[in-house]
Design a protein around this ligand. Structure first.
Ligand SMILES: Cc1ncc(COP(=O)(O)O)c(C=O)c1O
Length: 257
């Protein structure tokens, strides 16, 4: 270990909160495409890509060029202070490339948790209802509301209560847990029945503002639900005036089934 690395390690321990962990304990210096070089000259293949947020890898020349041009114009006027072209054009582009031939609008936010929080606010205001339904083993973020909607307890919720009220977790199929006595189709039908029971036993659908679903669960174990289950969720939303919110991370942007 070099002296410089030891120096940064001391700073990390002394000044950075322990709540944020580091998957890799080295210190990045430069990055290009799929690789990162650290300050000691090691090269790593970056399988994380900032947890899936670097769609075209590190320092793509086209993106770097546009970022530099933008920095010369302005960094951040704040859209709620004054409009600017890139925000408007991105909203237009999203409307054009997302599925569905109907009017669409976007709000651009800083993080996944903030997007989920705002989706819940929009659904509550639109429906005039309070309850939020998410799914067992789901993950939706680290704020109080999204933590309440998350059902993976450790490490995300453990020791961080109390949680937000009016949040309920519905069953979600995971065929790897299916009893051997059932076929896949029988198991999925059973979970769909449990989902209908949930809306009798746990929360009345007329009080539900939104059902928030990861179309492919990530943190819960990379679980792809059966198409029939997703269709059952859709049908429940449609027949009860519930807003469907897709928290798309693992299934890639706009690849809802
Ligand atoms: C399904 C899902 N929702 C929400 C989030 C929260 O995103 P962020 O960490 O940007 O707040 C994540 C993060 O991995 C996620 O996987």
């Amino acid at each position: 270990m070099t002296e410089q690395f030891e120096y940064y390690k001391t700073i990390r321990e002394q000044y950075v909160a322990r709540g944020v962990g580091n998957g890799n304990l080295h210190v990045a210096d430069t990055a290009s495409g799929a690789t990162i070089k650290d300050i000691e000259g090691n090269t790593f293949i970056d399988f994380a890509g900032a947890i899936g947020t670097l769609n075209v890898g590190h320092t793509h020349p086209e993106i770097t060029k546009h970022l530099k041009e933008q920095l010369d114009k302005f960094i951040h006027p704040g859209f709620n202070v004054i409009m600017y072209e890139s925000y408007l054009k991105l909203a237009q582009k999203l409307a054009e490339i997302t599925p569905g031939n109907f009017a669409k609008k976007s709000i651009l936010l800083n993080s996944g948790a903030e997007a989920v929080e705002n989706a819940v606010k929009i659904a509550r205001k639109y429906t005039g209802r309070q309850a939020v339904v998410s799914f067992v083993r789901g993950f939706h973020g680290r704020t109080n509301l999204t933590m309440s909607m998350t059902s993976k307890v450790r490490p995300y919720k453990y020791g961080f209560g109390p949680f937000a009220p009016e949040v309920y977790q519905a069953p979600y199929p995971n065929v790897s847990e299916k009893p051997n006595t059932l076929s896949n189709a029988e198991y999925v039908d059973q979970v769909i029945q449990k989902l209908h029971d949930f809306f009798i036993e746990t929360v009345d659908p007329s009080e539900v503002a939104c059902i928030v679903m990861e179309p492919v669960q990530g943190e819960g174990g990379f679980i792809i639900p059966d198409r029939k289950f997703v269709q059952a969720v859709k049908a429940i939303c449609e027949s009860n005036g519930i807003v469907f919110v897709a928290d798309e991370i693992q299934n890639r942007f706009c690849k809802n089934r």
